[in-house]
Design a protein around this ligand. Structure first.
Ligand code: ADP
Ligand code: MG
Length: 565
């Protein structure tokens, strides 16, 4: 029975829709990228499921996407013969907020339009982008493997509700029909469409077809024949092509396709590896951090293919966690087609690929840091806090990671994180054998700490660490190029060769002269302190608190308290 019902959108859908339409208006052709990309995902899902059940192909293995227009009806249709959707799937994915990512996005919306539209550029706007150009959208789909009578028709004007009914659909897959707004009829132009498809979809490994056009007599002769189609994109996976034949622009366009980013990438690396573990890797560094970089279950950005067959998104074993923002593709010739996440957990080939990927990304960063300090600084502001997780996770690359780090420092007037450890070491004073740092909850607080007085007096540089992750970093990064890290707030500050003779004498003299005062202070403070000692670390301030060499720093205990530990 053609059981038709009208259902309300989840409240958030209308909210997202509104925002999508308003904020992407100047970039409206991306709707085609998003819909073609969904069609391509659907084809890849079918190919993957068919690995274990080739009945799903229903005898038709030529996967493709078609874009058709109907000038009289004012519609544009994007159809695929991919996996298709069942009725419940349509309700769950199109009628509500499917991904937890979108939900978080909604939660993080500020209400400030300018800010929110920036945010929206950082995640795939997906299906709803159809409403940038359409005032009504119809989706007709049937899941591969179900009978023709199990088609489903979804339709909505995007204003709060949608209808759903069961229909016949002979061909598996999905048709998305856009009823274009009056002012968007410009998209009913074959050349315009071809150029947009070329731009966004040249490098997906699937043909995008449009109707062949005939003119004059030929058109007359073919009037009553079924339409013929021709491929309008290149349709080969970009990563399989020869590096020397790929232009910068093509690399950038492919990046936009895999990342849904509007901006070109910061850098990329494309490598083919031969031998017993053959694979191709195309890895991109984005310019901007994704909005969910700090989510516990933030998605990794590398897709895994095996012999050109898409296997999975977010293949988190292909990159260490601290490089989770890297986007791209790894296509292996030597993994089995039926690999699962479980198999990937303990797979030597995957481990080798991950190690090589890590080296490639570190190499990209080293080049960037050496060639363009300003660009690297911008990268560091976006991703530095994630890179700082590195030394704890990736012992083997500790040294390389350390030299990539940038810190705020007393060497600078401002609080920007721009100073490298190598530059610090170069500036070390004669007799200095440690890298001094202070942790605090802001760079300003660090800069004004009384603990810095003696360092300032002696002109010794101190790194100002104020990111949350810094405490974690210094507990794993204890030395660099044989120089130990030393907190200026811990223990009985040992300035080593830096301390001059007068200071040593002054300290001894103070201990002798003020012994009774120190004792009285200790008695008054009782259990709250371990000891009261004379010190040379202060110049202007009378006293300061210090923790033991092996105790938790005052800042770390503040951080832990803040997170409820
Ligand atoms: P995303 O692609 O990031 O998941 P979208 O909004 O683009 O988000 O799509 C939401 C969901 O709708 C998809 O995950 C998919 O399940 C479903 N979908 C959309 N278009 C198609 C299609 N052409 N074929 C099959 N499923 C589709
Ligand atoms: Mg999508």
């Amino acid at each position: 029975e053609a059981h038709k019902e009208t259902l309300e959108f989840k409240a958030e859908v209308s909210q997202v829709l509104d925002l999508v339409i308003r904020s992407l208006y100047s970039n409206k052709e991306i709707f085609l990228r998003e819909l073609v990309s969904n069609a391509s995902d659907a084809a890849e899902k079918l190919r993957f499921e068919a690995l274990s059940d080739d009945g799903l192909y229903e005898g038709d293995t030529e996967l493709r996407i078609r874009v058709e227009m109907d000038k009289d009806a004012g519609t544009l249709t994007i159809s695929d013969n991919g996996i298709g959707l069942g009725r419940v799937e349509v309700m769950e994915t199109i009628g509500s907020i499917a991904s937890s990512g979108t939900r978080r996005f909604i939660e993080s919306m500020s209400g400030d339009q300018a800010k929110d539209s920036k945010l929206i550029g950082q995640f795939g706007v997906g299906f709803y982008s159809a409403y940038i150009v359409a005032d009504k959208v119809t989706l007709i789909s049937r899941r591969a493997g179900l009978g023709a009578e199990h088609g489903v028709r979804w339709e909505s004007d995007g204003r709060g509700s949608y209808t759903l009914e069961t229909v016949e659909k002979a061909m598996r897959g999905t048709d998305v029909i856009l009823h274009l707004k009056e002012e968007e009829k410009e998209f009913l132009d074959s050349w315009r469409l071809r150029s947009i498809i070329g731009k966004f979809s040249d490098h997906i490994a699937l043909p995008v077809e449009m109707r062949k056009e005939f003119y004059g007599e030929e058109a007359e002769a073919k009037k009553d024949e079924p339409p013929e189609y021709e491929q309008v994109n290149r349709g080969t996976a970009l990563w399989m092509r020869n590096k020397s034949e790929i232009t910068e622009e093509e690399y950038h366009d492919f990046y936009k396709h895999v990342s849904h980013d509007f901006e070109p990438p910061l850098a990329y690396a494309h490598n083919r590896v031969e031998g017993t573990n053959e694979y191709t890797a195309l890895l991109y560094l984005p310019k901007k951090a994704p909005w969910d970089l700090w989510d516990r279950d933030q998605k990794h950005g590398v897709k895994l293919y095996v012999k050109r067959v898409f296997i999975m998104d977010e293949a988190d074993k292909l990159m260490p966690h601290y490089l989770r923002f890297v986007k791209g593709v790894v296509d292996s010739d030597d993994l089995p087609l039926n690999v699962s996440r479980e198999i990937l957990q303990h797979n030597r080939k995957i481990d080798t690929i991950r190690q090589a990927n890590t080296k490639r990304v570190l190499g990209l960063l080293e080049t960037l840091a050496a060639d363009d300090a300003e660009k690297y600084g911008a990268f560091w502001d976006e991703f530095g806090r994630v890179i700082k997780e590195g030394p704890a996770e990736d012992f083997a690359n500790k040294e390389r990671l350390s030299s990539l780090m940038r810190f705020a420092s007393t060497h600078r007037e401002d609080d920007a994180q721009r100073e490298s450890l190598d530059a610090y070491i170069e500036r070390m004073k004669e007799g200095q054998d440690k890298i001094y740092y202070i942790t605090a909850d802001s760079a300003t607080a660090a800069r004004h700490s009384p603990h810095l007085e003696v360092f300032r007096k002696k002109g010794v540089e101190v790194l100002l660490l104020s990111d949350r992750v810094d405490e974690w970093l210094v507990s794993h990064l204890t030395e660099y190029k044989e120089k130990h890290f030393q907190s200026v707030t811990k223990g009985d500050l040992d300035l080593g060769e830096l301390a001059d003779k007068e200071e040593k004498e002054a300290k001894e003299k103070a201990a002798a002269e003020h012994g009774s005062l120190l004792e009285r202070l200790k008695t008054a403070l009782g259990e709250r302190v371990e000891a009261v000692r004379p010190s040379t670390r202060l110049v202007d301030s009378p006293a300061c608190l210090v923790v033991g060499e092996h105790d938790m720093s005052a800042n770390l205990s503040r951080v832990l308290k803040a997170v409820g530990q």
